[in-house]
Design a protein around this ligand. Structure first.
Ligand SMILES: *Cc1c(COP(=O)(O)O)cnc(C)c1O
Length: 391
């Protein structure tokens, strides 16, 4: 058997209790869903604001299909750049309070395309140890040297900068804005200060800050009022914005350069019109009202307070991302399975997504949850938590 080496690895996953099958969702991604035929409360989506099945966004998608068809037909640099893409970038730049925005097909693509376009041999990347997988891949694709600093540890970041600054032409500090597995926020004001002191560039992947932090979801940079001080801000359109896509916000010169050297932009077809049109509507909704983000934060505070009172370990989250830390990998997966049996879907997250021994179920509270749904989920957490001796 030519692929028996893979079968052996899969057996290893099964023995470690971390083997899994893909859950199947029937119908839209909402607060309550039909998963594998069972109606459950959904605490696992990144659909923070309930935009994934929003009537206004759906209508915009339908109209875009009627007017533009289903596909963009080419990469943007050839003939796949529609007026819709241009409109979205102008709107996003205004929303983000930055000079310019370049849109990509996903947040993942932004990282793999942008990092390699801006640093090269002779440069140094300085990266937080808990940065997202797509940042790690983006760094691997670049020819720059790379070094890691301890998670959100500003003394360690300064040590790295001090030791290395003179050896390189450009130094690029990269951090998540909000860390997706723990829900903590990067200390951006300190990072920007150190970047200024050591003449380094700054790059913030704000996938989980987009639509969540700042005024009406303008992101982590807005949360700290650092407009114009972060050279590259990555946002996703696939999470809170509810559709698909990613973007880089920053300066005109950044945009100009990515247009010539951003490989996913040059070699992969642009976002379809039915994605772009609803994203435009979503951003306009956020510019019109803060009601979506207010509901999100209200639900998040409520849910976290109740789980905390029950005695669960919620780590150091500062955002609606609510990790419930279990530790052992197999026990984490068992906890997740038992919650699901009782009608609450929270996916277990274990090594290699998070460090060994820090397995957790990660609850994603959204604006779309009702208090009744949250109460029901909390009661199930209490019951299963007692049963398994977690609380
Ligand atoms: C989800 C995520 C991405 C990828 O975004 P997509 O638009 O889903 O490709 C990138 N970076 C971080 C930090 C993320 O959490």
């Amino acid at each position: 058997m030519r692929l028996s080496f893979l079968e052996e690895k899969i057996t290893g996953l099964k023995e470690a209790g971390v083997y899994r099958k893909l859950p199947v969702l029937e119908g839209p991604n909402e607060a309550e869903i039909i998963l594998n035929g069972q109606r459950v409360i959904n605490l696992s989506s990144n659909n923070y604001l309930g935009f994934a099945n929003h009537p206004k966004l759906k209508q915009a998608a339908i109209e875009a299909v009627e007017k533009y068809g289903v596909g963009a037909g080419a990469v943007r640099t050839i003939v796949g750049n529609m007026d819709l893409h241009e409109e979205l970038e102008k709107l996003l730049a205004e929303f983000k309070r930055e000079e310019a925005v370049m849109v990509f097909q996903s947040g993942f693509n932004c990282n793999t395309g942008t990092i390699q376009a801006i640093v090269e041999k002779g440069d140094l990347i300085v990266s937080d140890e808990l940065n997202h997988a797509s940042i790690i891949d983006g760094c691997r694709l670049s020819r720059a040297d790379k070094t890691i600093y301890k998670h959100c540890d500003m003394e360690d970041l300064e040590r790295v900068l001090k030791e290395n600054r003179d050896k390189y032409r450009n130094v690029l500090i990269i951090t998540d804005g909000v860390f997706s597995m723990d829900g903590d926020i990067a200390p951006l004001p300190e990072i920007v200060k150190l970047a200024e002191k050591y003449n380094a560039l700054t790059y913030v992947d704000d996938a989980h800050g987009s639509g969540v932090l700042g005024e009406s979801g303008r992101g982590t940079v807005d949360h700290f009022h650092l407009h114009g001080k972060v050279d590259f801000t990555i946002g996703t359109l696939s999470k809170a914005i509810g559709v698909i896509g990613g973007y880089v916000a920053g300066s005109e010169v950044m945009k100009d350069w990515l247009l010539h050297r951003g490989r996913p932009l040059l070699f992969s077809t642009s976002l379809p019109p039915a994605a772009v049109a609803p994203i435009i509507v979503a951003i306009k909704e956020l510019m019109r009202t803060t009601e979506y983000t207010e509901r999100l934060w209200d639900n998040a505070r409520y849910f976290k307070a109740r789980l905390g009172e029950l005695g669960f370990d919620l780590g150091k989250s500062q955002t609606p991302i609510t990790p419930v830390i279990i530790g052992n990998e197999a026990k984490t997966m068992e906890f997740s399975r038992k919650l699901l049996e009782k009608g609450v879907f929270v996916s277990g997250i274990v090594f290699p997504t998070v460090p060994k021994g820090t397995g957790r179920v990660r609850c994603m509270v959204t604006a779309g949850h009702t208090k009744e749904q949250l109460d029901k989920a909390i009661a199930v957490f209490k019951e299963v938590g007692h049963q398994m001796g977690i609380i």
